[in-house]
Write a protein that binds this ligand. Sequence first.
Ligand code: PLP
Ligand code: COI
Length: 343
Amino acid sequence: MTKADMDWPNLTFGYYKTDQNIRYTWRNGSWGEGVLTSDETLPLHMAATCLHYGQECFEGLKAYETKKGNVVVFRIEENARRMIRSCEKILMQPPPEELFIDAVFRVINANRKYIPPYGTGASLYVRPLTIGSGEQVGVRPAGEYMFVVFVTPVGPYFKTGFKPVDVIVEEEVDRAAPLGVGDVKVGGNYAASLRAGVAAKQKGYADVLYLDAKEKKYLDESGPANFFAITRDGRYITPKSPTILASITNMCLLTLAEEMGLKPQRRPIPVEEIFDFAEAGCCGTAAVITPIGSITYRDRKAEYCKDGQPGKHCTELYKRLTAIQVGDASDPYGWVRTVPQEL
Ligand code: PLP
Ligand code: COI
């Protein structure tokens, strides 16, 4: 198949138009048939609950071309289940797991020419979203929902790719509250994080690290990714907190770290511990593994990559993860699924 004419190795993490997206509507108690369309806009009632009351959630996963030319997706079932949890938390109708998977496969197949060729380092980012599309003026859940999936070819989220980034501990802004919706992927969490993220970038940092909103003592996560660190005594540690998103990438790294002989540990991480880590990183679908070069906290800076290079554990985790994702390494845990050409 002829691929689209794109500068694959230099793609950024941005929106590139592809050929088709898919939409489903839930009304009168059931989801309708999915409709593939080239229309990039949605027909939306001005009183739709997504516009006023934030009834919206989304997902992010990636498809890759393998060396043999197959197309695979990574842990798609986990994204489907997380979207169900997100919908349930803000009282939206969740797209069932099978419908979610079928929709993603259909959209990938309709856009095969935009799947970055094997070896370019780029991937096809899949963005499913569910919105309250029914009109409502009182604060109540909508009576109608839309589930949409589009794709866009992407490069690295942090423009340096697999190179250390500098981050700063955020003390003025909380992205989520302990009994709120920080553990699910609803749009409002990202709206709440915008001003901290933009301010950090203006100061020259790649992003922020949030602290727990209740005590402001423990590390939470970054704006678009989970946080992990490698301790000097060989542990892979990552925050346990009610306000962070349950990252699918992090779930994989906990397993891969153990394979590498690092002890995996999910626990509250006091912010002062940053001065003791051997390595630190961000992880997520978009961020993959982004090593952290330094963390600034108040007037102090913890540095991990003094030579400007990622640490050995981050590098090994990155290699193991990405080799499974693109089908170069065996997949003992069943994380990768081939996208069938015929559905
Ligand atoms: N945390 C936040 C706030 C995110 O937006 C993401 C991205 O999805 C992650 C963590 C990483 O999650 P995952 O690894 O499932 O992509
Ligand atoms: C992802 O990693 O898929 C995300 O959704 C992060 C995002 C905010 C770009």
